[in-house]
Design a protein around this ligand. Sequence first.
Ligand SMILES: *[C@@H]1O[C@H](CO)[C@@H](O)[C@H](O)[C@H]1NC(C)=O
Ligand SMILES: *[C@@H]1O[C@H](CO)[C@@H](O)[C@H](O)[C@H]1NC(C)=O
Ligand SMILES: *[C@@H]1O[C@H](CO)[C@@H](O)[C@H](O)[C@H]1NC(C)=O
Ligand SMILES: *[C@@H]1O[C@H](CO)[C@@H](O)[C@H](O)[C@H]1NC(C)=O
Length: 198
Amino acid sequence: MGSQTLVFLVFALAVVTVECNSEVDALTAWKRVLVDPNNVLQSWDPKVNPCLWFHVTCNSLNSVVRVDLGNASLSGPLIPQLGDLTNLQYLEVFGNKLSGTIPRELGNLTHLISLDLYNNQLSGPIPPTLGNLKSLQFMRLNNNKLTGKIPIKVFQLIQWGQLMIINVSDNQLAGRVHQHTNITTGFAITTIIQDVKA
Ligand SMILES: *[C@@H]1O[C@H](CO)[C@@H](O)[C@H](O)[C@H]1NC(C)=O
Ligand SMILES: *[C@@H]1O[C@H](CO)[C@@H](O)[C@H](O)[C@H]1NC(C)=O
Ligand SMILES: *[C@@H]1O[C@H](CO)[C@@H](O)[C@H](O)[C@H]1NC(C)=O
Ligand SMILES: *[C@@H]1O[C@H](CO)[C@@H](O)[C@H](O)[C@H]1NC(C)=O
């Protein structure tokens, strides 16, 4: 093996290791601030590869692509470090008691396909950075306590991105009630905006 190849291999290994560590760091930091009465996060041991943890799925390169914690009785915040899960495609944390704001760092999850935060107690605005999620197909934020307007960049994902379903119903957002279904080449785009404020 040539020394150049060896250098490359060492470099590649270093990259994989760093990525893996930042994913472990992000998920363990999150576990630390979550209240988990049913111990669903018991297997989240930082000394163990996160690909072996329950409710976490990795790709063939050992990078986290799914977090499945729907209906898990969790309470606590979403944390900015979740934005470090660079290959995440599915963030399924619906049906908990998550509170606090949606971190703008979630806009760094450029591979995200599904952002399911519905049925929680999240408050504050929808971060405009979510408009960076060019792979996003499903954005379900319904039934929280979100306020403010839906950022224009988020709306543009429907037209210019992959977004098919956005549900922000049952929040405290400004705007008007509007349901829109667009069926083009088999894609149904449903937008539901519910206003409580005038
Ligand atoms: C989550 O819980 C709700 C309420 O109990 C239930 O209607 C829903 O089917 C559950 N979803 C999943 C995916 O388990
Ligand atoms: C992640 O997002 C934050 C806020 O949107 C930004 O300041 C930061 O530079 C981003 N980090 C990376 C690694 O892209
Ligand atoms: C949108 O959210 C509302 C409120 O949570 C829910 O009742 C409705 O079924 C959702 N619609 C779709 C299409 O998911
Ligand atoms: C429906 O979607 C198509 C393709 O994305 C788009 O060209 C069209 O303008 C949309 N129609 C409406 C009424 O939004």
